[in-house]
Design a protein. Structure first.
Length: 185
């Protein structure tokens, strides 16, 4: 039912967009060749309640089209990647031209000004109770999060180099900032 409903809805929207005269012949041809409807990947989710279903949908909508770790090889022209086929859950490796790969990926790019819920609830950037959640964290996790607010720690974690340690081994200390005044007259 979902396949047929999706096919009918999509073709009706396309017909409305392109006009009945331009699209009607192609629409009839598609209905003849796709009698079972369009393929829809909608796995059965064992959801006990609405909350878990909403969590699943939000998690799925926030993911990129393909993880970089699935790319196995790129020789400058052809790209080899893998995916799990939905029909039988088998791993499939495929080698295609880079332009074909890009063509497959760009269909997943949202339209301009299209809003997507990426983080919701506790995962949102600012939550009204976010300050209280620090008490729920384990002490070492809370300490690590506090350290990440320090610019020196972030640079050291990223580049494996302390920006305030000189090559001779001495540590720089910030004393004052000199700001030049400019005449605007």
């Amino acid at each position: 039912m979902l396949r047929n409903r999706f096919q009918a809805t999509l073709l009706s929207l396309l017909e409305k967009h392109f006009g009945k005269q331009k699209f009607r012949a192609l629409k009839n041809l598609i209905y003849k060749s796709s009698s079972n409807g369009f393929y829809v990947h909608a796995p059965k989710v064992k959801a006990r309640d609405i909350k878990s279903t909403v969590k699943y949908v939000i998690r799925y909508s926030g993911k990129p089209a393909m993880a970089q770790s699935r790319i196995l090889n790129y020789d400058g022209e052809y790209l080899t990647f893998w995916y799990n086929r939905h029909e039988d859950n088998q791993r499939v490796e495929e080698t295609i031209h880079a332009y074909e790969f890009i063509k497959r990926l760009i269909i997943h790019i949202y339209d301009r000004y299209f809003n997507v819920v990426r983080y919701y609830g506790l995962y949102a950037k600012k939550h009204k109770h976010s300050d209280k959640f620090n008490f729920m964290l384990k002490p070492h996790v809370s300490q690590f999060r506090k350290q990440l607010k320090n610019w020196r720690c972030r640079i050291e974690l990223s580049f494996h180099h302390d920006p305030l340690v000189c090559s001779c081994g001495h540590t720089f200390h910030f004393d004052y900032l000199v700001q030049k005044e400019y005449n605007t007259c």
